[in-house]
Write a protein that binds this ligand. Structure first.
Ligand code: IMP
Ligand code: MG
Length: 288
């Protein structure tokens, strides 16, 4: 059968735990190999946080995929949510560090996070569920309630237009996961989850067949961590002496919120489940 499009293959990096599994480090290693034509984010918004080191210098992004650091086209997909003001901040940050921001594009189908989404998250969800307060839940609610505002609706803005994506994916694709398996809207400890699907199958929302998926790099740590509120990670964990030593050694505080993460011993049953359901082909365990 002839191929529907010119995509060669798709590799995916996903988190197997509760986020903060050093996905950024893995994506960076892969992106700099030079074998990918695109690096794409498929879900979430600036609730994520990726830390990357290049020549000993530390860079942080929350929304823009890491391809931009290695001269690879970087796509924010249709299932993502975009805070425009924050997007421009990140663009300025990348420009000031001499990265080529013309590589960055956003799907016209991605939804816009408004200031009222953020306000609602700060006032409600942040207090009740310990979210990142970036407006994620209210934005996805409006999307699924079919009253959302999309990136494409902002295409009449001359400056923003240059960032709107109007091409097809082709060649070799790397998909950069955000959050992790157990923060997924379906699999996580609802309602202490994020509002999108963090599993590799959801990357197909970028516009390719699941049959094109080649490698799935699953990331985890040798111990578990949780930023944000979750009854499965009670506050008492912060008082455990041994776990505090692990937290200190592992520098466990959030890149997005700066909060201390709760640390626990590895839940191997959950890890086996997330490996199996995600379809992980390569397991990468950090902080051993
Ligand atoms: P939200 O995605 O901001 O709505 O937050 C929902 C839950 O997911 C909260 O418990 C957050 O702490 C957690 N969360 C969201 N994004 C990340 C991430 O990138 N790393 C770790 N936890 C996250
Ligand atoms: Mg992170």
């Amino acid at each position: 059968m002839s191929k529907m499009n010119n995509i060669n293959y798709v590799d995916i990096v996903c988190g197997l735990a509760w986020g903060d599994e050093a996905k950024g480090k893995i994506v960076s290693q892969l992106a700099k190999s030079g074998k990918y034509d695109y690096v794409c984010r498929w879900a979430g918004g600036n609730n994520a946080g990726h830390t990357i080191y290049i020549d000993g210098k530390k860079y942080k992004t929350h929304l823009i995929p890491s391809g931009v650091f290695y001269g690879v086209k970087s796509i924010i997909g249709p299932e993502c949510v975009v805070n425009k003001e924050y997007f421009y901040k990140e663009i300025e940050y990348l420009k000031s560090n001499d990265f080529d921001t013309s590589l960055v594009k956003i799907s016209p189908k991605a939804h816009i996070v408004s200031s009222s989404h953020i306000k609602e998250d700060e006032e409600k969800y942040f207090k009740q569920q310990g979210t990142t307060a970036k407006g994620i839940a209210p934005c996805y609610r409006d999307k699924y309630g079919r009253v959302g505002d999309r990136v494409g609706d902002h295409s009449n803005n001359n400056d923003f237009q240059q960032y709107i994506w109007n091409e097809k994916l082709e060649g070799n694709i790397l998909c950069e996961g955000a959050q992790g398996f157990w923060l997924d809207i379906n699999y996580g400890n609802y309602p202490f989850v994020t509002s999108s699907s963090t599993l590799p199958y959801s990357a197909c929302s970028l516009g390719f067949s699941p049959k094109l998926i080649n490698n799935i790099y699953g990331a985890c740590k040798i111990y578990d961590t949780r930023s944000g509120f979750d009854p499965d990670f009670p506050e008492e964990l912060l008082e455990n002496h041994e776990l505090s030593l692990i937290a200190k050694e592992g520098k466990e505080y959030g890149t997005t919120t700066g909060r201390k993460r709760k640390v626990n011993y590895l839940n191997i049953f959950k890890l086996c489940q997330s490996i199996n359901i995600s379809g992980t082909t390569h397991l990468i365990i950090s902080k051993i």
